[in-house]
Write a protein that binds this ligand. Structure first.
Ligand code: NIG
Ligand code: FE
Length: 407
């Protein structure tokens, strides 16, 4: 058991109001925090520690080591609750064509399905590991990873096996797009997703997700797929209202999904439904950016209505090939109407809420010791200095003792 005191923190974001200034960010100036590195390990072999003390700089109890944070901002590591990092190939040409005026359509997913089927397990794992490492280097501590580029039993199961090597938050997204073999028999594909494919994938997943959209799955198919998954113990998530208005949000709320993701095109009824439910609205403005969507999700409207809002990268080769939560925070502030503080909360505590996790997304005593440090004095700099690599891990995913690097 090794303890570390991170001292002389200029601004500590705890997300626990009573630990700070009473705001939702629980902001505390001139602070210190003590972490017990523990000895547990996650599926990816990283160390899990926990926060054991939070207070004023210079007044922490004795710890085995002390790290001088020199006035920087420390916050909970980002909780990136939506990614698709298991895939083969890339779609740079498609992106370039879009930037030259071509529209985005759900069918583009099939390009990646073909490349993913061709890739072997080690190739898929190498890509997923490198993207998750890229996320961690930018301050993300928890990441959700979906299957969905297999669209057949073997490749969906292989994708989830890969996902399990890099995270505990794995999502079965067999219902991403109808597999090419079932182009003329979408109902047959739904039977596969709810039958043999589910049997192979459920043991490897915590969540089940459906892409509800024209060109993907409709409301009735989504209800059936999610209900069957829930009966197998999987929690529900939905890709909802990304490319146009539709039933995704209503289905998500009806089934008590943990999250409705995208939410770019919402009716007043959708906003009301989210606000009066436990379903988090997860905005992924990186996708709106990379698809050149004419509109961004209206986060202001959701927050004003009382919905819980999360932010995530949606890292994937088709619509959002970014691993950067800081970039997403900057976009959410500039384009979705969130204040810089709301965006930081959404990318930490909001992400945790969308994964129904209470151990991450905050830095109260007992929280998982996932700490991110900014080369900046305040969380405001995340949106104020877009594109600048300010965020990096302070602790948690490194071995004890390695945390002092850079200080
Ligand atoms: O979240 N919307 C569906 N799935 C991904 C994109 C998939 C793709 O185009 O490869 C998303 O944006
Ligand atoms: Fe997605």
């Amino acid at each position: 058991m090794t303890t570390t005191c991170y001292d002389r923190i200029g601004e500590l974001i705890t997300n626990v109001p009573e630990l700070g200034d009473g705001s939702v960010l629980g902001l505390r100036r001139d602070a210190a925090i003590v972490v017990d590195h523990g000895d547990g390990t996650t599926p990816d072999g990283t160390t899990v520690g926990e926060v054991v003390w939070v207070g004023d700089a210079g007044s922490a109890p004795d710890a085995d080591e002390r790290v001088d944070v020199a006035g920087r901002c420390v916050l909970p590591a980002f909780v990136d609750s939506h990614s698709h990092v298991v895939f083969g190939g890339d779609r740079a040409e498609e992106f370039a064509a879009r930037m030259a005026g071509q529209p985005y359509a759900a069918g583009g997913i099939r390009t990646t399905v073909a490349a993913t089927r061709e890739a072997d397990d080690q190739q898929l794992l190498a890509r997923a590991r490198s993207l998750v490492e890229e996320m961690r280097r930018q301050g993300t501590g928890t990441v959700e990873v979906k299957s969905g580029y297999g669209a057949d039993v073997a490749t969906e199961a292989r994708s989830l096996w890969v996902a399990r090597q890099v995270t505990e938050e794995t999502t079965y997204l067999g219902a991403h797009v109808v597999g090419p073999e079932y182009a003329d028999d979408p109902d047959g594909y739904v039977r596969l997703v709810t039958g043999e494919m589910l049997d192979a994938c459920a043991p490897l997943a915590r969540w089940i997700d459906v892409f509800v959209e024209d060109g993907a799955f409709d409301a009735d198919q989504a209800r059936e797929i999610l209900a069957v998954g829930q009966a197998r113990g999987l929690g529900a998530r939905v890709h909802a209202n990304q490319l146009g208005p539709g039933p995704g949000v209503q289905v998500a709320v009806e089934l008590d999904a943990a999250s409705a993701d995208h939410c770019t095109h919402l009716s007043d009824g959708d906003v009301d439904a989210l606000a009066s439910s436990d379903t988090v609205a997860t905005l992924v403005p990186g996708a709106d950016f990379c698809t050149r969507s004419p509109v961004y999700p209206d986060g202001r409207r959701l927050l004003d209505a009382g919905a819980t809002v999360a932010l995530a990268s949606d890292c994937n080769p088709g619509t959002s090939y970014t691993s950067s939560v800081p970039f997403v925070i900057a976009l959410a502030v500039r384009e979705c109407g969130l204040t810089p503080s709301e965006a930081v909360w959404a990318a930490t505590a909001g992400g945790a809420a969308s994964l129904r996790r209470t151990d991450v997304g905050h830095l109260g005593v007992g929280a998982r010791a996932d700490l991110t440090v900014l080369d900046a004095p305040s969380h405001l700099h995340l949106a104020y200095r877009p594109g600048v690599p300010l965020a990096r891990p302070l602790t948690s995913t490194t071995a004890p003792g390695a945390s002092a690097s850079g200080f």
